[in-house]
Design a protein around this ligand. Sequence first.
Ligand code: HEC
Ligand code: HEC
Length: 433
Amino acid sequence: MDMRSNDTIFEVGSNARHFVKKLIYIILLILSYSVSYAQSCEVEGTYFSTFEDIKTILDASDCASCHANGNTEADWSYDDYTSFIKSGSCGQPMIIHGNAAQSYVYEVLSAKDDLCLESSSVHKLSAEKLDQIESWINHGAPEYCLPLYPEIKSIFDANNCQSCHNQSSDMWGYDTYADILGLDLSNSCSDGAIIKIGDAFLSLLYDKINNDNQVLCGAPMNGVSAPLTQEEISKVRDWINGGALESKSTLPVVLSKFNTQDIGESILLEWTTEIEIATDRFVIEHSETGRDFEPLAEVSSIGSSDFITNYNYTDDDPSYGENYYRLKMVDLDGSFTYSNIRLTRLQKDAAEMIISPNPAVSSDRLKVTWYPKRGQDQAYLNIVDPNGRSLHRKIIFEGTNYVRLPALIEGIYYVIIEDYFGGFLLERVVIIN
Ligand code: HEC
Ligand code: HEC
């Protein structure tokens, strides 16, 4: 056999390998498409998630072994909606309806750095799953399909509320959308609003019907003639938490795309809407922590459209490290919803490490924030004593990392980060006990 035929055989082999690689790639692509989860709630052509959809995601993420079917690690489970929204052992409000950034469950699942307990890798969800949970919270985290005003009105009609609350009584009524909000009504509970949009628990209407045997003032309104069912009560709660939407025209804008990317020293934001009804503007909000957002700029909407519209904005002055963005999508009537949050890390030309606390107690967790040079995302971290002995070694990632210190006697130690290209950073840490 001469070299040439040998070459040919080799080539055929390599082609076959290419083919297999391609096939595996295609299979992976198909698999990754089939893991996107259903949004089973359809309102006037726009799709939203219900609690059942969210449960399906959590079940598929192996959360059940610790947090469902009677398992309540950290005193938190998602067996039903009520236990899902209840605080666990961290005592943080699990959901702030309409605001994922402030919701503890979102922080846990996006592996943010200020958890009360030690978070672990089991809590970091994939971007797609997190996106869906985030949208759900931003739309009020409803248990059932997001209701509109006509559905709420028919629930009250079916329960005979109109026999006392009608136009001829001078009490609160719900004949029109303006009536149900009770804005120009001095209600009998002076300091409680009839409806506090986005917060059922602070709304007199929900307080009156929720059947918990406690009312802020006056009498409970459930059971006068036809007691509301648990599902009806929950729908009223969902409606208020989801923004007390009136009709199709007040449905929140749903983005079909929202991306942010590092384009040198600036960050480019691009988003796409498919349907816009009475949208006024997009307020671009920025944060370095993912929690406290500040308005950065405004982009006006083209108004109403039923075709695809692309928008963009360039942030010319981002900070090094983490840049979180979200859009506040404001309607002509002033109501708004938030988009999902996007994170872009701006990398420096030189790496940087920040350690806290310093001095530290040896039972502390050390917070090591690492901003690598462009093009790098992980490195080794070493804790070394003054004699150069390595006491602890682990892989860390770009951004914030937590390192549990080994038991150390008081003294001076060094934290060394060595990247995969031979670069290293060194920082002195003082241990006090
Ligand atoms: C191996 C068990 C385990 C798995 C799997 C797990 N968790 Fe946890 N979870 C814990 C423990 C333990 C804590 C409390 C300590 C901590 O934060 O590490 C916790 C805390 C939490 C909290 C905070 C509760 C509080 O105290 O306020 C939430 C929310 C949570 N987990 C949700 C989830 C979700 C959602 C999933 C699935 C993606 C999940 N967990 C997977 C064990 C687990
Ligand atoms: C038998 C008559 C009657 C029926 C039926 C009735 N209500 Fe009432 N409702 C009242 C009266 C009287 C008040 C004022 C005194 C009070 O707050 O207890 C009131 C107060 C309220 C308030 C507070 C308004 C304010 O200005 O303080 C709300 C909200 C309310 N009802 C909702 C409902 C709903 C929802 C239903 C149907 C599930 C309902 N009511 C059924 C008689 C009724």
